[in-house]
Design a protein around this ligand. Structure first.
Ligand code: PLP
Length: 1021
């Protein structure tokens, strides 16, 4: 296993040595010793009562008690309701015996627990191991200046970061408006027609652009040409993606390749970078004309700040423009999470990957935002999808959009001018010292020839001595990229480094002269206006900004208000303590490509997290690189393909996937170059083992993999999982376990004992990274020993297996900074707490199933009448009886102050409910009361006491604007009180949807994905 942060994870997992402290033994699992002050606190496994302090000095800030909602007496009430004497007896019925693991595997002995304050202390120690050098490395990553009003009120604000993806738009108008601002910002700056609401990172956005170009020519032309001056991490991710689609990737100087013409007949697209990796701003107009003439598309990786000064790609003919938006106020965080923007010409909008927010109207005719063209989402398109993106980077997109709102076009221009002027002043000074600047044009990046001082090493050495990083290019060339953080003092420090390397005396405090002119050729200077919409020209004072943020936040339901019982999404507590270290500069300001010795704190966290995740899943090794669950699926399947190839079985390309699978599963399989063959389910929801066996046999020579979600997407632990895996192995296939439901497993079972070879985990579900309104996420993969050599590598930082596949993400450890959250979650719960959390997740779900019995039809349960951590209720009877759809129940739940459960998935007539362990009995009861009351309302409609069309369900939700209509306008056969306050608790805790039901069809037919213009604003539309 290659890893810059050293060696095999298995070695880590097994090299535990025992440390004796205060008479207790606990294993120490990592290279960096725990300081004596951080001895794990005493074991706090789930017991009959909250810990009683028999010792006066026991720590009080134990995380398990804060994280897990029900206390012991509440758990006892629930167990009793289900007819159990003990938690163990209940778990025995819920989880099949033959897949159970010994409790010791995930215990405090295996993963010691820290109290909240101990964790913070430990995080501080690790933070101090990171070196906060000033990095001018560039390559798509810049030091951002995060406006504090945005940092505190978005980034650090649970009302923003604990929201779910806005699939329920009536209770999500705030973030939908903010995402429209993000789209408008990207559209306006790139000069293209339409933009989406973020992708995972710049490199994966490049891969999406390549696949769009391939799809746009109906996959008839297979050559995609990429310029050599595109970032190396983008090249690597393109190589990975090209392989699965069978695209012929040609890397060359694009100008000469197009001039020579050989590539043209088979060309589907070209990718250029603007400004390029070395800072040069090139003219691609003629090239674009030629590519268009041959029927291909031109995609362009670009930079939002540069676009305030240089001609936007849309104006010189590019079809697609994308890039990293993080320099708009999002911390470096050792590589992420950052939101990629993606903009296209109008003709390509229906093929665009990712989520798109559009305008529509509600049932009162009022403007309302919603996710547009949702039919493109993967669970509908499945193997026909060309992209698997599901979770994206919503929170970071919101931060970047707010940055643009705060600064406006003038503010952005001021920032860009200062950056550009700094680069010009530096160039002047360096030339004066005898250095040669290689790029003739630039915005913020200089490529410097150091031959005059005998080579680049001298410069890098002098830089390191001064706590500065430049970009190493080769023995002679050095790259310097400036950004908003650079003040005159920094500029002097940079030039002094070059002076020192040249043996000149340091220039002290004298200021740098600003030469006249510009390094942007006149024909490439931006002349068009941008960000003209009112929202970008209003909120420039902090007071106004704060009020704007809070006005949007008030429209959105988040975990701050009530439980979000979305099945398969595991919307659990995201503890404040685990989020705190993210804002520390020792974690926030590290560039992903710094020399590894500057990121030792990160290294230790990565190592410990990989080791803990390997222990939890029962696997050998782990890669933290994938930026989402779907990205993990794609990585895992690519690893399986590489394994087959290494054995001379590269022809194995069939992937068996149950019909009930999440839509990203088949989409990822296709992206990894596999052919999807569906497997049926039996009437009780379990896998049809006969069908599986028949198909495995039928495709025995081509069988590559079987993808299964466990517990199943129907919410049950199936008995036959090991048998299913055995069948696959017998026919030479590998088993991919979708770990989205791992919250049901920890400490009780694991993917390895179930028979899997590889699984992904959604750290943004089970391991408590907040959902951020649709991202960020992290989708690490854990693999068995024989697959470990193939874990993804990276072109710039050593990571992954000894025979690594190419990179999955732009940064070596993906969204590295948020790994801290999962690391802290695991450390604070410890092994016992993790297992207790899973038990409570199971108990909470089974308690809801029991309370809803007799009111709703539970679709699936195991032979002991138990569900797993979620339950599927079928509402088809209401449709048959009174045309009441799943949506009607969902919208009515909004009136009760709840986010609806997952709707119409995995079966169209059902709701999938997942409470998680962090909800208390009181909250579970409140939710059940609401569901039962809605059932009564439905009965009134079925029995004819209420009409079939004009009723509380069909008219839901009920915003204030509807309830305050005059008596004449209130033409409904129920009172306003029934509409708004159907249960007494609502008088205390009412959350108001801000619009009434939104018209989906209207929004898709009249696709509008930008915020209102000045004219519309003036008209009050
Ligand atoms: C079962 C399952 N698999 C895969 C995914 C995809 O994960 P992500 O949204 O992080 O890409 C999800 C997401 O909800 C899921 O529920």
């Amino acid at each position: 296993m290659r890893s810059a942060f050293n060696g095999s994870r298995r070695a880590l997992a097994t090299s535990s040595r025992l440390v004796v402290k205060y008479g207790k033994q606990f294993p120490q699992r990592s290279g960096v010793p725990l300081s004596p002050s951080l001895a794990p606190s005493s074991s706090r496994s789930f017991s009959a009562s909250r810990p009683v302090l028999t010792e006066p000095y026991n720590a009080l800030d134990t995380f398990q008690d804060r994280h897990i909602g029900p206390n012991s007496s509440e758990a006892e009430v629930m167990l009793k309701a289900l007819g159990y004497q003990s938690m163990d007896a209940f778990v025995e019925d819920a989880v099949p015996q033959h897949i159970r693991i010994p409790a010791s595997v995930v215990s405090n002995d295996a993963i010691p627990s820290l109290t909240e304050s101990e964790m913070i202390k430990r995080a501080r120690e690790l933070a101090n191991l990171n070196k906060t050098y000033r990095s001018y490395i560039g390559m798509g990553y810049h030091n951002a200046v995060v406006p504090k009003v945005i940092q505190r009120n978005v980034f650090e604000n649970p009302a923003w970061y604990t929201q779910y993806t806005p699939y329920q738009p009536e209770i999500a108008q705030g973030r939908l408006e903010s995402l429209v601002n993000f789209q408008s910002m990207a559209t306006s700056l790139t000069g293209l027609d339409i933009s989406n609401a973020s992708l995972l990172d710049e490199a994966t956005a490049a891969a999406e652009a390549m696949v769009m170009a391939f799809a746009a020519c109906s996959s008839k032309k297979r050559t995609f040409l990429v310029d050599t001056a595109v970032s190396p991490q983008t090249h690597a991710v393109l190589r990975t993606r090209a392989k699965g689609f069978g695209i012929n990737l040609v890397v060359a100087d694009v100008h000469s390749a197009i001039k020579q013409g050989e590539v043209l007949p088979d060309l589907c697209g070209v990718l250029v970078q603007y400004p390029d990796l070395n800072g040069q701003i090139s003219d691609y107009r003629a090239l674009t004309d030629e590519v268009h003439a041959s029927g291909g598309l031109v995609a362009c990786a670009t930079d939002l700040l540069a676009l305030t000064m240089i001609k936007p790609p849309g104006e010189w003919g590019a079809d697609i423009a994308f890039g990293n938006s993080a320099r708009f106020g999002v911390p470096l965080g050792y590589g992420g999470p950052h939101a990629a923007f993606f903009s296209v010409k109008d003709k390509l909008k229906r093929k665009m990957p990712g989520r798109l927010v559009g305008r529509s109207k509600d049932s009162s005719g009022k403007l309302a935002y919603r996710l547009a063209l949702q039919t493109r989402e993967q669970h509908i398109r499945r193997e026909k999808a060309t992209s698997n993106i599901c979770t994206s980077q919503a929170l970071l997109a919101n931060m970047a959009a707010m940055y643009a709102v705060y600064h406006g076009s003038e503010g952005l221009q001021r920032i860009a001018r200062r950056v550009h002027n700094s680069a010009r002043a530096l160039k002047d000074r360096l030339e004066f010292m005898g250095y040669k600047i290689v790029n003739s044009t630039f915005f913020d990046t200089l490529t410097i020839d150091t031959s005059n001082v005998g080579g680049a090493d001298k410069v890098h050495e002098a830089a390191l001595q001064n706590g500065i990083n430049f970009r190493p290019i080769d023995g002679t060339l050095v790259g310097v990229t400036l950004d908003e953080s650079v003040l005159s003092r920094d500029l002097l420090d940079i030039s002094n480094v070059f002076a020192a390397a040249a043996g000149a005396s340091l220039s002290g405090g004298e200021s740098l002269k600003l030469p006249s002119g510009s390094a942007i050729p006149t024909e490439f200077q931006r002349t068009s206006q941008f960000l003209t919409q009112p929202v970008f020209n209003t909120h420039h004072s902090e007071t106004e900004m704060l009020r704007y943020l809070y006005s949007l936040q008030a429209k959105d339901l988040s975990l701050c208000h009530s439980m979000i019982p979305l099945g398969s999404c595991t919307m659990k507590l995201n503890s404040t303590t685990s989020m705190v270290p993210l804002s520390w500069k020792e974690f926030a300001t590290i560039h992903p490509f710094v020399p590894i010795d500057q990121a030792q704190g990160y290294g230790q966290i990565i190592k410990e997290l990989e080791s803990d995740l390997a222990a939890i899943t029962g696997f050998h090794a782990c890669s933290l690189q994938p930026n989402s669950g779907a990205s993990g699926e794609y990585a895992g399947l690519s690893v399986i393909r590489a394994y087959h190839e290494s054995r001379g079985e590269g022809h194995r390309d069939v992937c068996l996937i149950p019909l009930s699978a999440h839509g990203t599963n088949p989409a990822s399989a296709v992206m990894a170059g596999m052919k999807v063959v569906p497997v049926k389910a039996l009437g009780d929801g379990s896998l049809d083992l006969q069908d599986l066996s028949d198909k495995a046999k039928l495709y025995k020579d081509r069988l590559a993999a079987f993808m299964i979600t466990y517990p199943s997407t129907f919410g049950v632990f199936e008995d036959g999982v090991q048998e299913a895996c055995r069948i696959i192995h017998d026919y030479g296939g590998q088993v991919y376990l979708d770990g989205a439901n791992l919250n049901a497993q920890i400490g009780l079972t694991n993917p390895a004992i179930c028979g899997g070879d590889v699984c992904h985990l959604n750290l943004h579900k089970t391991f408590s990274i907040p959902h951020g309104g649709g991202g960020p996420g992290v989708g690490p993969i854990c693999v068995a020993e024989h697959l470990a050599p193939f874990l993804p590598g990276h072109p710039l930082v050593r990571t992954g297996g000894s025979n690594a596949i190419d990179a999955m993400s732009a940064a070596p450890w993906g969204s590295a900074s948020i790994l801290l959250i999962s690391w802290a979650y695991i450390k604070m719960l410890g092994g016992d707490g993790l297992a207790a959390a899973s038990k409570l997740a199971l108990l909470n779900a089974n308690y809801i199933a029991d309370r809803l019995k007799g009111h709703y039809t539970l679709r699936y349960k195991n032979i002991k009448n138990r569900v797993a951590h979620e339950l599927l209720i079928d509402l088809s009877e209401f449709d048959k009886a009174a045309s009441l759809k799943v949506t009607d129940f969902a919208k009515r739940l909004q009136d009760y102050g709840f986010h609806p459960p997952t709707c119409s998935w995995p079966i169209p007539t059902a709701m999938l409910i997942e409470p998680t362990e962090s909800e208390t009995l009181e909250e579970l009861d409140r939710f059940c009361d609401a569901m039962i009351q809605i059932r009564k309302e439905a009965d009134d409609i079925i029995s004819g006491r209420q009409p079939k069309e004009n009723n509380v369900l069909k008219n839901a939700p009920h915003p204030v604007s509807v309830l305050t209509r005059s008596d004449a306008e209130w033409n409904r056969p129920y009172s306003r009180q029934t509409a708004a306050y159907p249960l007494p608790y609502l008088y205390e805790r009412k959350f108001w949807p801000t619009v009434s039901r939104i018209d989906d069809a209207y929004g898709d037919l009249n696709l509008m994905c930008e915020c209102p213009s000045v004219e519309e604003f003036a008209k009050g539309e």
